[in-house]
Design a protein around this ligand. Structure first.
Ligand code: SF4
Length: 443
């Protein structure tokens, strides 16, 4: 295996009995496709529409994550800006805390409406020089009477999953003191966790829930705001869409606010229908279950003819999948199966052991399943397995195009929704158009 490092072999599952090595740090020098700890934290917190994000570190960290998500807003668009302390050599020698204080003061002075919530992301170099970020945040909170929440996320401290965890801790840091002080009354309704409103997907899911009689109390973090996040402890149920980033938050909310949770996925007919029914079941109201069954049946009937229309053109094609979390990969395998396609390479950045077990049970025994891949491995296995299309994110796009492969963006940048019944139609059309584009003849 020329393109596979010895230390990486246990993370590539050819032998199903051995299981896969995952949930661990990347192998040094392997040029992982994973994003860093800071990026994991930033992508979860970024969609809070009226929050300010100061990246305390070199400007490169801020530009790496500036406006990288197609999260839409129905309110403020503050989140689309990025602020940085732009640390230089002298700051690294003499410390950057004063520069951070000055950056907060400048935001308070120059931005309108005045910030209510600021996240301070401390990146790699701050982890090395040891600025007292907590003290700066405490003193800014006391001076301005707003929330200034530290997210100490040096990229080298672990994996992207640690960044998710730090973001969840930051959200708890925001909502816990308010809940403790105001003791919110429980209301019938759900929070949507782990949906970032990419291309308005959260609005679609919210619409479904409202149609079956389920009020949405708070969304974390797509199209959320400082005010709506504080309402989250009142909910009776958390529905967890991106489990990789938000299952930990759901656990913390269950232990601190007594909110049970249910994992869902709104990608593909099977998972969308099952998710609606599972939510209804978890809420335990007969009238909601009846509405969910009727709604899901009607919607599925509308979308099935679209799948049938494109299926003859896609049947037998092979797909490679490389996405952030295992839950999404599972939905995508099912979705390709619905189209008569086969997933021949499946990988994730942060998949968990139990998710890889489900993935292995869904693919053929000769499929390649791999954790935390690098470009050389993806290239080798996609070529070897003769994939017709790669589904991935912004970092995988150039890889597919260089190989002359069709590509479907299922991550940050996309401009059309792929979730829910509406998303199924977009997904099928995109897969069909991309695979059958005449351009691949010339690649
Ligand atoms: S936190 Fe570290 S790894 Fe992440 S972008 Fe900044 S310098 Fe790079």
């Amino acid at each position: 295996m020329k393109t596979v490092l010895e230390e990486r072999k246990s993370s590539i599952c050819g032998n199903r009995d051995r299981g896969i090595s995952c949930e661990r740090e990347s192998v040094s020098g392997a040029v992982s496709q994973r994003a860093c700890v800071y990026c994991g934290a930033r992508v979860v917190l970024n969609p809070i529409t009226d929050a300010y994000h100061i990246v305390h570190g070199p400007i490169g960290c801020a530009s790496y994550t500036w406006d990288i998500r197609g999260s839409l807003t129905s309110g403020a668009d503050t989140f689309r800006n990025s602020f940085s302390t732009d640390l230089r050599e002298t700051d690294i020698v003499f410390g950057g805390a004063k520069k951070l204080t000055a950056a907060i003061d400048e935001l308070m002075e120059k931005t309108k409406p005045s910030p209510k919530l600021i996240f301070i992301f401390a990146t790699c170099i701050v982890g090395v020089i040891g600025d007292d970020v907590d003290a700066v945040c405490r003193s800014a909170e006391a001076k301005y009477g707003i929330r200034v929440i530290p997210v100490k996320a040096p990229g080298f401290a672990g994996t992207k999953s640690l960044g998710y965890r730090l973001a969840c801790d930051a959200i708890m840091n925001l909502i816990r003191p308010h809940a403790k002080q105001h003791k919110p009354q429980k209301r019938f309704g759900v929070n949507i966790l782990g949906d970032f409103n990419l291309a308005g997907e959260m609005w679609i899911i919210r619409g479904y829930l409202e149609q079956i009689g389920v009020p949405v109390i708070s969304t974390i973090t797509g199209d959320s705001s400082y005010k709506t996040l504080l309402q989250a402890p009142s909910a009776t149920l958390n529905i967890v869409q991106c489990a990789g980033s938000s299952a930990y938050l759901a656990e913390r909310m269950e232990s601190e606010f007594g909110i049970k949770s249910v994992k869902v996925s709104f990608f593909g007919v099977e998972d969308t229908v099952n998710s609606l029914l599972n939510i209804a079941e978890a809420l335990g109201r007969q009238e909601i279950m009846e509405k969910a069954q009727k709604f899901a049946e009607e919607q599925a009937l509308q979308v099935l003819p679209i799948i049938e229309k494109y299926k003859p053109h896609l049947k037998g094609k092979k797909a490679a999948i490389f996405v952030g979390g295992g839950f999404k990969a599972i939905s995508l395998i099912r979705q390709f199966n619905e189209l008569g396609m086969e997933a021949v390479v499946v990988g994730t950045q942060t998949g968990k052991k139990d998710e890889y077990e489900v993935i292995n049970s869904l693919v053929n025994s000769d499929a390649i399943v791999l954790d935390d891949a690098n470009p050389a491995e993806l290239e080798r296995f996609m070529t070897e397995k003769q994939a017709d299309i790669l589904v991935g994110g912004v970092k995988e796009r150039p890889l597919a195009y260089k190989l002359g492969l069709a590509f479907c963006d299922h991550n940050h940048e996309r401009k059309h929704p792929l979730a829910g019944f509406e998303g199924i139609e977009n997904f099928v059309k995109e897969i069909y158009t991309s695979i059958n584009s005449p351009v691949w003849k010339y690649a």
